[in-house]
Design a protein around this ligand. Structure first.
Ligand SMILES: NC(=O)c1ccc[n+]([C@@H]2O[C@H](COP(=O)([O-])OP(=O)(O)OC[C@H]3O[C@@H](n4cnc5c(N)ncnc54)[C@H](OP(=O)(O)O)[C@@H]3O)[C@@H](O)[C@H]2O)c1
Length: 259
């Protein structure tokens, strides 16, 4: 009776991950804000796979939600094997054109909630080893992107946090992985923005959410640290890690201004 928590598992990449876990007989707890979407996903997964699905309706950009989630879990005495932090937000508008409160929400959701959930759930994960933490970052986390400044900063922070956590938890047999996908067309706005910003290459890089989920879970179970699905995204991630960051920022700034 293995349980996996998927924060942001009601749709998009999180749903792809939840389904890949369900396929491998994990029971899943899905966390999101929209109760209707949660129920829909629960019905879909339970009908398709012989597993149990529970839902937790909460806003992870609120600092008290991770502790409420822990309480929900501990009162039911369910063993947790997997913690996946997939809830996140981005978009075409970023610093300094977003109101400060929205920027703070992005930081709290993309970075702080993953850190808080890891902190709170590590003691439970230690009881059911081998266990796994899968953080969902982005290709954007490998580069300073002036036009997506805070988004890229949160995703970069998540990669750094995951890398360090991997070593801190090695002795506990808790594996830490960080998923860094390129474009995934989870909504029409992402598809339109990718086509506008990256044209043909963006289309080649794009990968379906179910494929991302499958590859992420397969690699997570093999204890891979950085997971970049897709050939083109892999190539870009290598380049972004080799080229000096200041040079990358300069190119992306010029490129972003033209678009
Ligand atoms: N799509 C891409 O191209 C892409 C590329 C690289 C990385 N990523 C990253 O992958 C992750 C998922 O992206 P996606 O495109 O799959 O997003 P999505 O389709 O919008 O799904 C986001 C999921 O997170 C939940 N969520 C959003 N805000 C929340 C909040 N405040 N509290 C709790 N749950 C919340 C959503 O449900 P509710 O709305 O009901 O809360 C949903 O289940 C994000 O971290 C994103 O940065 C995406």
């Amino acid at each position: 009776m293995n349980w996996a928590i998927v924060a942001g598992g009601s749709k998009g990449i999180g749903l792809g991950i939840a389904e890949a876990l369900a396929k491998r007989s994990f029971n899943v707890l899905i966390v999101a804000r929209n109760a209707e979407d949660l129920q829909h996903t629960k019905t879909f997964l339970e009908k398709k796979y012989l597993i149990q699905v529970e839902v937790f309706c909460g806003d992870l950009s609120h600092t008290e939600t991770p502790a409420q989630l822990l309480e929900w879990f501990t009162t039911r005495h369910l063993p947790v094997n997997v913690l996946c932090n997939a809830a996140g937000l981005g978009g075409s508008i970023d610093f300094p054109n977003l109101p400060l409160e929205k920027i703070r929400t992005m930081i709290r959701l993309n970075l702080e909630s993953a850190i808080a959930l890891s902190y709170l759930f590590i003691p439970l994960l230690q009881q059911t080893t081998p266990s796994y933490i899968l953080n969902v970052s982005s290709l954007a986390g490998f580069a300073p992107i002036p036009m997506k400044n805070v988004y890229a900063a949160t995703k970069s922070g998540l990669i750094s946090f995951s890398r360090s956590l991997k070593y801190l938890l090695k002795k506990d047999r808790i594996s830490v992985s960080c998923l860094c996908p390129g474009p995934v067309f989870t909504k029409p706005a992402i598809e339109a923005e990718t086509r506008k910003q990256m044209g043909w290459i963006g289309k080649q890089m794009a990968i379906r959410p179910d494929q991302v989920g499958e590859r992420a879970v397969r690699a997570m179970l093999k204890r891979k640290m950085i997971i970049v699905p897709g050939r083109w995204s892999k190539l870009f991630s290598c380049l972004l890690r080799i080229v000096p960051q200041d040079y990358v920022a300069r190119i992306l700034y010029r490129f972003g201004k033209k678009k």
